[in-house]
Design a protein around this ligand. Structure first.
Ligand code: GRF
Length: 208
């Protein structure tokens, strides 16, 4: 059991970061958020971090639009290391992370994806599920590997797809579960009960 030292990368609203902050503040997650970085200068996730006095900054990832590579990746890694981060949490980070970051934090980069993987990787997983005609959708928290949304799964939570769902209503229902799933996955990691075993994440029973 050890307190997680978390670094968060995001691009948008930061509601998942908020769920992690709330879990920590409620004493439900033994962790500390040591740094938040966003690749969008006015991303709301940075405002949220400031409101909670969490160190945060914009990370300029140009010239690439969809990945974290080159000098930006190097800077990202050195800032995370300087902040003494041991677990990197991708919370709505709209870029593909590359072997540089994964190698710097082996087995310690986590992502949340708004679909029940391996179905519907990539962008707008909820819209893909709706368009496909799924009756059930959901969320996956997983370790990140070299593929896109392919790493070992830690937690999944399902939601029903309703007759009158739009992409927005379905995404909102999924987000409610995201905000439960991310703290839950991080709690499992903090407890030391999670072990990657090939494709599977083995979860040991809680110690009494
Ligand atoms: C979430 O739906 C997450 O699953 C996806 O991007 C969205 C981020 O939302 N990867 P937020 O910025 O945490 O509010």
């Amino acid at each position: 059991m050890s307190k997680l030292k978390i670094g968060i990368l995001g691009s948008g609203a930061g509601s998942n970061m908020q769920s992690i902050v709330d879990a920590i503040e409620a004493g439900e997650l033994d962790a500390e958020i040591r740094l938040v970085m966003a690749d969008v200068p006015d991303a709301k996730i940075l405002d949220r971090a400031r409101r909670h006095s969490i160190p945060c900054r914009y990370l300029d990832c140009a010239p690439w639009k969809t990945k974290l590579e080159g000098p930006a990746e190097d800077l990202c890694i050195s800032l995370l290391k300087e902040a003494d981060v041991d677990t990197v949490v991708l919370a709505g980070f709209m870029r593909i992370v590359k072997p540089g970051l994964l190698g710097a934090f082996p087995g310690r980069v986590i992502n949340i994806h708004p679909a029940l993987l391996p179905a519907f990787p990539g962008v707008h997983g909820w819209t893909q599920a709706l368009d496909y005609g799924c009756k059930v959708a959901g969320v996956t928290v997983h370790f990140v590997d070299a593929g896109t949304d392919t790493g070992p799964i830690i937690v999944q939570r399902a939601v029903p797809v309703m007759e009158d769902d739009t992409p927005e209503t379905l995404h909102a229902r999924i987000q409610v579960q995201e905000h439960i799933a991310y703290p839950e996955a991080l709690r499992l990691i903090a407890s030391g009960r999670c072990r990657i075993d090939g494709r599977r994440v083995r979860i040991a029973p809680p110690q009494s």
